[in-house]
Design a protein around this ligand. Structure first.
Ligand code: GRF
Length: 191
């Protein structure tokens, strides 16, 4: 992975599908001096709530429907190339990127996942952890590979599940840690 040279930040795109709290957190981080990345493009597969941060922080956004995945990915690849994007952060992006797409950004796409991987890949992680009476859950930042939520782990953090824990209370604890470890993972990669 290329290290940060001089003062130029690594041009980064964030992909979202939802409310975008990780996006907002990454934008704030990117504006700090210590951040190796700048956020120059936001990609979404739909009119996600989180796109409001594109407007708020004056970052270019592009909504691309994944009705036809191949066409969608080609459009995104063209845009990324045009904007000289070198690094991609997935933050609640609900489409699975193809092998072919990932090959174009080898070891340059990372994702945040709301469980202590390899436990609970996929969706509804907190509900499943509670159902199984787990003692802890957590969150993980990992490289994106062609297998869902299975790429090399960069950073992860455990969160305790206490008595009477609800999905809501657990999700709150997890997202708080997500906002800590996503920037930490980026620092770990580039420093
Ligand atoms: C987070 O829990 C993240 O781990 C998962 O999707 C959620 C996105 O939340 N991949 P937000 O849109 O960043 O608030």
């Amino acid at each position: 992975m290329a290290k940060l040279i001089g003062h130029k930040k690594i041009r980064t795109a964030v992909f979202i599908s939802g409310r975008g709290t990780n996006l907002k957190n990454l934008i704030k981080f990117s504006k700090t001096k210590k951040s190796p990345i700048s956020i120059d493009l936001i990609i979404s597969n739909k009119k996600a709530i989180g796109l409001r941060y594109a407007k708020q922080y004056r970052i270019e956004k592009k909504i691309i429907s994944f009705k036809n995945k191949k066409i969608a990915e080609n459009k995104i690849l063209n845009k990324l190339k045009k904007e000289n994007i070198e690094f991609i952060c997935l933050a609640g992006f609900l489409e699975i990127l193809s092998k072919r797409f990932i090959k174009n950004f080898k070891k340059k796409i990372i994702n945040i996942h709301p469980s202590y991987l390899p436990k609970y890949k996929g969706l509804n992680t907190s509900v499943r952890a509670l159902k199984n009476k787990e003692k802890f859950s957590g969150c993980t930042v990992h490289y994106v590979s062609s297998k869902l939520d299975s790429g090399k782990i960069i950073i992860q953090k455990k969160v305790q599940i206490v008595k009477n824990e609800t999905k809501n209370s657990l999700d709150k604890k997890i997202i708080k840690q997500e906002h800590r470890i996503y920037p930490a993972a980026i620092l770990k990669i580039f420093n």
